[in-house]
Design a protein around this ligand. Structure first.
Ligand code: NDP
Ligand code: KPL
Length: 331
């Protein structure tokens, strides 16, 4: 049973490396710069529970053909790269290969399914944060295993993921899980604009009010669309904005788990902005704007966040205080 990880960056190297450490036959497919880093240092994988693994026997390839032998392919490219990845995979994969999208956003699985009609494409979800530390080191900064669409084809891999310390939770209906994750990802632009680690940013009420506003707007649209987001945390999604708006002291008491994040962890969107790469904003808050449009409504808070990230992508960046950002987002 060979597993290919297609797009081995933060999530791909971490998940793929943990699978190798758990004894699976894995090939990582990614860029030359990451291949060089892994060749020099191997992988050093740590997590919030104190796991500390050095993985030296890593197969890292840089051409799509390396995925051809795989029985299972985990797609871990950023959303804007899914189209190209799908075209490359369509050229090399055997019919019947199982492909799982472990990406944020709502549509990556659908896009892969459309482009890979001869393969079985399932949608997955990564609930935790991975901090890319450099020198082959990746740290899981928040709790969680992996979520995936339920299917008989997943059965042969359940034990492999279990051994890797990343148990799979299967869901009969993955869309509510994806939307629940997207509600959390609405914080990605807030975090990027704050230019702070997640824990510092979420510790400040003004930033949390920005996230609460983006979530409230989204929850109203989801209700109109008839989608009930899944519960991923101790609180149901519709209660989270109220908790986010609490004063700092109370928030720390009531929602200590939300702040149980590695002190250096940042959102993946911050990482993209920092590296000058195209961000996933159009697939996160932009997805909410699209939903609003399809319902003949507006999503002013999420639209503004999309615009601010586009500005930051195009030109000089600034670090917004929570108060400044909240004033900017208020209708
Ligand atoms: N990082 C995190 O903490 C979390 C991320 N996610 C989600 O997981 C997904 C992956 O994120 P993340 O790992 O952070 O992203 P990264 O950018 O760290 O990793 C993706 C890697 O794939 C490479 N890549 C892109 N296209 C191809 C291709 N066609 N062939 C081979 N390699 C390719 C990229 O190279 P290049 O940059 O040169 O294009 C990059 O090295 C995203 O959807 C993200 O939102 C979900 C939960 C947490
Ligand atoms: C885990 C979380 C919500 C925050 O890191 C994320 O998905 C991301 O950074 O894209």
């Amino acid at each position: 049973m060979t597993i290919a990880v297609y797009g081995a960056g933060g999530i791909g190297c971490y998940v793929g490396g943990r699978l190798v450490a758990g004894g699976a036959d894995v090939v990582l497919v990614g860029r030359q710069r990451v291949a060089d880093e892994v060749a020099e240092h191997g992988l050093h994988l740590t997590d919030y529970r104190g796991a500390d693994l050095r993985v030296t026997d890593v197969r890292f390839e840089t051409i799509p053909a390396a995925a051809a032998e795989a029985d299972l392919v985990l797609v871990t490219v950023k959303s804007a790269a899914t189209d190209t990845a799908a075209a490359e995979l369509a050229e090399v994969l055997e019919p019947g290969t199982v492909v799982v999208s472990f990406q944020n956003g709502i549509r990556n699985g659908d896009l892969l399914r459309e482009r890979l009609p001869e393969q079985l494409v399932l949608t997955g979800m990564v609930p935790f944060n991975v901090l890319t530390k450099g020198g082959g080191a990746f740290h899981q900064g928040t709790e969680g295993g992996l979520d995936v669409q339920q299917h008989a084809a997943i059965a042969p891999y359940v034990e492999v993921f279990e051994r890797a310390g990343l148990p799979l939770t299967q869901h009969a209906d993955i869309l509510p899980v994806q939307w629940a994750k997207l509600l959390l990802n609405l914080n990605n632009p807030v975090n990027a604009l704050s230019d702070l680690p997640l824990r510092d940013q979420l510790s400040q009420r003004a930033y949390r009010r920005c996230l609460a506003a983006a979530q409230t707007e989204t929850l109203e649209l989801l209700a109109l669309q008839g989608i009930k987001p899944a519960q991923l945390m101790a609180l149901p999604p519709h209660r989270i904005p109220t908790v986010l708006r609490l004063p700092d002291l109370l928030f720390r008491r009531v929602a200590a788990k939300m702040l149980a994040i590695d002190p250096h962890a940042r959102s993946s969107l911050w990482e993209d902005l920092q590296a000058g790469r195209r961000t996933e904003i159009d697939y996160l808050n932009g997805e909410v704007v699209r939903l609003a449009e399809s319902l003949g409504r507006a999503a002013p808070v999420n639209s503004r966040l999309v615009a601010l990230i586009r500005q930051a992508q195009a030109g000089p960046r600034r670090a917004w205080t929570g108060e400044q950002l909240y004033r900017e987002l208020r209708p």
